[in-house]
Design a protein around this ligand. Structure first.
Ligand SMILES: CC(C)(COP(=O)(O)OP(=O)(O)OC[C@H]1O[C@@H](n2cnc3c(N)ncnc32)[C@H](O)[C@@H]1OP(=O)(O)O)[C@@H](O)C(=O)NCCC(=O)NCCS
Length: 190
């Protein structure tokens, strides 16, 4: 049985190791830790199976420029499930439950940077549909947003501002998100 619950202080080390194993690198684990240390962890849910942490999802505050002080915006990252436990619906359940908790906490919208096809299944659409763009040089189609309250998101041309920790994380893994450029036809030496 899978149990999903908000992280607790005693989970911190276990979650660090889980994210490290799930991501294959330190990035995701460090992202969660630095968000927490800098008090920018809006929500962190962990999935448990037989007392083992098998997955997690986290959210941190985000904002827009020009500022919209009334708007409550968060960004989703990291999301990870241990390799052995993938393809059982744990990742999807974490995302859906995380979005539900955010909605209950009056969040107006959630931003994510990733594959539009994958995230589209959860209701994310191009941020460009709201005239929003990201700060990093990640192409526009990877910037996604989901409205959580009716007509809550403005369509004013805006720049999305992420937590600095998340910004750093994304800058470090841009090459993973962006497909390599088409090298064009192979030229043969005569
Ligand atoms: C992305 C990730 C969290 C998915 O976790 P999961 O528990 O396997 O997800 P689910 O079982 O709920 O699958 C969700 C959907 O993704 C699909 N999927 C899962 N892994 C996939 C893969 N490697 N390639 C293509 N599709 C995949 C599933 O088929 C499913 O689609 P469906 O709903 O149409 O059947 C997991 O693969 C992971 O931890 N990856 C490494 C970290 C990462 O990339 N995180 C996301 C960005 S921060």
């Amino acid at each position: 049985m899978i149990i999903i619950r908000p992280e607790q202080p005693r989970d911190e080390e276990v979650l660090f190791q889980m994210y490290r194993r799930a991501g294959g690198r330190l990035h995701e684990a460090r992202l969660l830790d630095t968000l927490r240390e800098n008090r920018r962890l809006f929500l962190s849910l962990a999935a448990w199976q037989e007392n083992q942490a098998v997955g997690g999802v986290a959210f941190s505050p985000a904002s827009l420029i020009p500022p919209m002080p009334e708007l409550i915006l968060v960004a989703l990252a990291p999301l990870a499930v241990l390799p052995a436990q993938r393809r059982q619906g744990i990742g999807s359940t974490l995302v859906r439950l995380g979005l539900q908790r955010c909605r209950e906490r009056q969040v107006d919208g959630v931003v994510v940077v990733g594959d539009p096809d994958w995230w589209g299944k959860f209701g994310f659409v191009a941020a460009a549909a709201y005239n929003w763009r990201g700060e990093l040089s990640i192409p526009a189609p990877f910037w996604l947003v989901q409205e959580l309250q009716p007509d809550a998101l403005p369509k004013t041309p805006s720049t999305i501002v992420l937590a600095p920790e998340l910004q750093e994380f994304l800058a470090a893994r841009q090459e993973v998100l962006i497909p390599p450029a088409d090298p064009g036809p192979v030229r043969r030496e005569p």
